[in-house]
Each structure stands twice: as C-alpha cells, then as structure tokens.
Design a protein around this ligand. Structure first.
Ligand SMILES: Cc1ncc(C[n+]2csc(CCOP(=O)(O)OP(=O)(O)O)c2C)c(N)n1
Length: 142
C-alpha cells in the first residue's frame, strides 16, 4: 500500500489494529496512486521539501554541489480530500496532538501533512553540520 522508500517498510491491513503509516514527502509520492486502496489507513506525511536521504549523501560526498534533490510537492491536503480522506496540514508541533486525535477518530482514512525543517533530517546531525563536516574533511585532505 504505502511504502516508506527510505527504509523499505510496508504498511498492510491488520485486523482490529489501527494502521498508521509514516512517510517522507518523496516516499508518499512514490505510491500515492494507491490512496483509493489505502482509504481505511491513516498516513502521516513528514514533509521537508527534499529527497532528504539522497540530499544527505550529496552533502556528505559533494558538499559544495547539491543537485536535483528539491521536491515540488502537490497540495497533499487537497490530494487526500479528492480521494475522500479526512486531511489536515500541521505546521507547528503544538497542533499535532489534536490533529492526530481527529485523524484517529475520523470515520474515513486520514492524512496529516506535517511540515518539518529539512535540517531535522536525523536526530544526530543537521544537514548544515553534514556539509560543514564534509568541507572540513576535504580541506584536511587537500
Ligand atoms: C521505491 C523506491 N524508490 C526510490 C528509492 C530511493 N530513495 C531512498 S530515500 C529516498 C528519498 C526519501 O525522501 P523523503 O521520502 O522525502 O524522506 P526524507 O529522507 O526526506 O526524510 C529515495 C527516493 C527507494 N528507497 N524506494
């Protein structure tokens, strides 16, 4: 159904369980044509506007040359509503809990379009820190 491309996880239907899929904005678009099939699932789109994992590789190996890893996202809320989902955009952390509650209790599947900074790609290092570390390492080798 909906697949998290970066980590190759799939979400299926488990009887009596509430399925929630977390997907990056790129991952979501890899399979969003399956929304009709996924109508009874809930999906949280973690939207950072980039192919983040690929961008991280670029920052680590070619820190001065980023190429083709920005996303032109559709309006995910409009897309989800077109399929008949309950859908909301979440722009701040404080709004998440209530929106997640509404998603879990909605009578249809639900999509939350959650904005997150591209810098927050990993818990240990920001994208800028990856770039700075790679530049310093290149300089040390030169
Ligand atoms: C079906 C499939 N296509 C392509 C890839 C390669 N891939 C790995 S990570 C990635 C980008 C993921 O970006 P996003 O979903 O926005 O998540 P982020 O890394 O930004 O959190 C891609 C395209 C994949 N893993 N699976």
């Amino acid at each position: 159904m909906i697949r998290y491309g970066g980590r190759d996880r799939r979400v299926g239907r488990i009887p009596h369980a509430h399925g929630v899929c977390f997907a990056g904005d790129s991952d979501f678009q890899i399979n969003c044509q399956e929304l009709g099939t996924a109508m009874q699932a809930d999906a949280l789109i973690v939207k950072n506007g980039i192919y983040g994992t690929i961008r991280a590789h670029q920052k680590r190996h070619y820190p001065a040359r980023v190429s083709g890893t920005s996303l032109e996202n559709p309006d995910f809320v409009m897309l989800a509503k077109a399929y008949g989902f309950h859908a909301e955009r979440v722009d701040s952390t404080g709004d998440f809990a209530a929106a997640f509650g509404r998603a879990l209790t909605s009578t249809t599947g639900a999509i939350l379009d959650i904005a997150i900074s591209p810098e927050a790609l990993t818990p240990r290092q920001t994208l800028s820190q990856m770039r700075e570390a790679a530049l310093a390492s290149q300089k040390a080798k030169a």
